[in-house]
Design a protein around this ligand. Structure first.
Ligand code: ADP
Ligand code: ASP
Ligand code: MG
Length: 464
């Protein structure tokens, strides 16, 4: 029996959390691999340090590193107060190296994506040895292990993709002997390296992804994601009072939810585990006996229609509008070629049936750039008034109602939009995936929470 246990930022940030973590690892039988995030807030602080340095404020960046170093040193000493431990010296050296990187950024006034990844790696490189020290102190044979050199990725810095064959081979090679010796490897989530050994990161929140990748590589029996809530909830608990943990989710539902903003899970995270047939469980470090959420390849019908409502703010809606677009072949292709050429990621698309408009939901800060590029691309159509205008609206939010149960159930859309109408939320654009697994729509960002609550209320009331 092999279990991969991933602990998120809040689960490794305090002595109390580390005590919980230790108990959970000790209570898990068989071979165990631990994957950790940076301590809560550390990755954000590192990003701020990188930005400050890029703006030339090296002193501010150094202060951030000093504070992080002091906090990590304090955490280490609180769980493993053994003066001779070399871990403290390793952490100090890591902080010094990161400080040096930030100084060169400040001198150059530029932080490339590659350098930023090297700076961000500090977070997980620092937390893994602390967690390992806490485990060792509790009598667990544990060893920190940097996934640089194990998770091999492409060079898409900031959101690198693993090269699976190589990563699987190296994971087995590096972890197998440790596991056979009864050692618990404590891996850095989130980070990897190119084949040439240059540090990369897999995207924000991607420690979950690391856990699933390693679980697949080891053909583990279970992949557990420990966080600070008791599973994936029917809505973001910070937004909706009365949201509740969901016992089961299909992979497709989980993917939709994380794609549309449910921060509890990284969007790509579960796929490697699910493809390998390994169940993923989301559990609470601070209430480990709660049943949590189990995600499996196939959904188990539970009679619900909309299982969860989620949302994502900070977006913009770019609309291309004009009567002359109707029935012109290749028009949509032109629009999408432009978004691809600009490197803008599109979260949602909606086209009106009369083909009078195409709406694209994109990150708010890319809206103006995309609008300008589309205007250049469509200059002829604009001049001939086939396209009336390209406009951008923001800030907007996408809200998604997700559930396998809506497939083939009539009237779901009517209930969603009925609930919104009653709460007087104006819907700007609508899209429904052909999977019939979600209904997503745009609202002004100011209406985001109201819209989520209205839909959650509508379907929870019916379920209870
Ligand atoms: P970790 O550091 O453990 O990875 P995250 O902060 O990334 O934790 O994710 C957990 C948080 O996700 C929760 O504290 C909760 O506030 C937020 N969250 C947003 N939507 C949901 C949801 N539908 N279900 C559960 N948690 C959610
Ligand atoms: N530390 C990284 C982040 O904050 C990865 C993670 O927490 O999963 O994005
Ligand atoms: Mg997370």
């Amino acid at each position: 029996m092999t279990t991969v246990l991933k602990f998120g930022g809040t689960s490794v940030a305090t002595p109390e959390a580390l005590a919980r973590l230790t108990e959970i690892v000790r209570a898990t039988a068989g071979k165990r691999v631990v994957v950790v995030s940076a301590t809560a807030g550390t990755t954000n602080a590192l990003l701020q340090a990188a930005d400050a340095a890029a703006a030339g404020d090296g002193d501010r960046a150094q202060r951030v590193i000093d504070e992080l170093a002091a906090a990590h040193d304090g955490l280490l000493r609180s769980v493993a107060p053994v003066a001779a431990d070399t871990t403290a010296a390793d952490l100090a050296e890591l902080a010094a190296r990161t400080g040096a990187l930030l100084r060169s950024v400040a001198i150059l006034h530029e932080c490339t994506a590659r350098t930023r990844d090297a700076i961000l790696a500090y977070g997980e490189l620092a937390s893994a040895p602390i967690v390992a020290a806490a485990l060792r102190r509790a009598g667990v044979k544990a060893q920190p292990l940097a996934t640089v050199g194990m998770v091999v990725t492409d060079d898409a810095f900031g959101s690198a993709s693993p090269i699976f064959a190589e990563t699987h081979a190296r994971s087995r090679e590096m972890l197998g002997p440790l596991l056979d010796d009864g050692v618990v490897p404590v891996l850095t989530g989130f980070i990897g390296a190119t084949a040439e050994g240059v540090t990369t990161t897999l995207g924000r929140g991607a420690s979950d992804y690391t856990a699933a990748i390693v679980a697949a590589a080891l053909r583990a029996d279970e992949c557990r994601i420990y966080t600070d809530v008791s599973g994936v909830m029917s809505a973001d608990p910070r937004m909706v009072r009365g949201s509740r943990p969901l016992a089961r989710l299909s992979y497709a539902e989980a993917a939709e939810l994380s794609y549309f903003g449910a921060k509890v899970l990284h969007p790509r995270a579960v796929l490697p585990a699910i493809e390998a047939g390994i169940p993923v469980r989301i559990l609470n470090t601070f209430a480990p006996d709660d049943p949590g959420t189990t995600i499996t390849g196939q959904g188990v019908p539970d009679g619900s229609v909309v299982k969860a409502t989620t949302s994502l703010g900070g977006l913009g809606l770019v609309t291309v509008q004009g009567a002359g677009m109707s029935g012109v072949p290749g028009f949509a292709a032109k629009v999408f070629d432009t978004t691809a050429a600009e490197g803008v990621s599109v979260l949602m698309i909606s086209q009106s049936s009369s083909e009078n408009s195409i709406c694209l939901v994109v990150p708010a800060d890319t809206g103006d750039r995309l609008k300008a590029a589309l205007e250049r691309m469509l200059a002829k159509e604009l001049a001939h008034h086939d396209v009336e205008r390209v406009s951008v609206e923001r800030p907007i939010a996408v809200v998604a109602a997700v559930g396998e149960g809506m497939r083939g159930t009539p009237g779901v859309a009517a209930r969603v939009f009925g609930a919104l109408g009653r709460t007087k939320v104006n819907v700007i654009a609508i899209a429904q995936g052909s999977s019939e697994l979600n209904i997503s729509f745009c609202v002004a960002e100011a209406d985001q929470a109201k819209a989520v609550r209205a839909i959650h209320e509508e379907f929870e009331r019916a379920a209870s």
